[in-house]
Design a protein. Structure first.
Length: 74
């Protein structure tokens, strides 16, 4: 299992909190670094500690579904 602590952080945090934090991160990344929206979302998950999103989704589809809901709400 990769990204152990990142998975715990994502699992424990309410979706609303993740959405709020992701929105803030996207604005920051777009304004300061010039990242696209998709790159900014990937950067957000990386900052939480996700190193391999594909593997996380294979191993924990329910957690991956939560992350996708957060991305859609952002």
């Amino acid at each position: 299992m990769c990204d152990f602590w990142a998975r715990i952080k994502i699992r424990k945090r309410p979706e609303n909190d993740l959405v709020r934090d992701m929105r803030e991160s996207i604005v920051s990344c777009q304004n300061e670094i010039g990242l696209s929206r998709m790159e900014a979302m990937q950067h957000f998950w990386a900052m939480i500690g996700v190193r391999n999103l594909n593997r996380l989704c294979e191993e924990e589809p329910d957690l991956c579904a939560k992350m996708k809901r957060v991305e859609k709400l952002t």
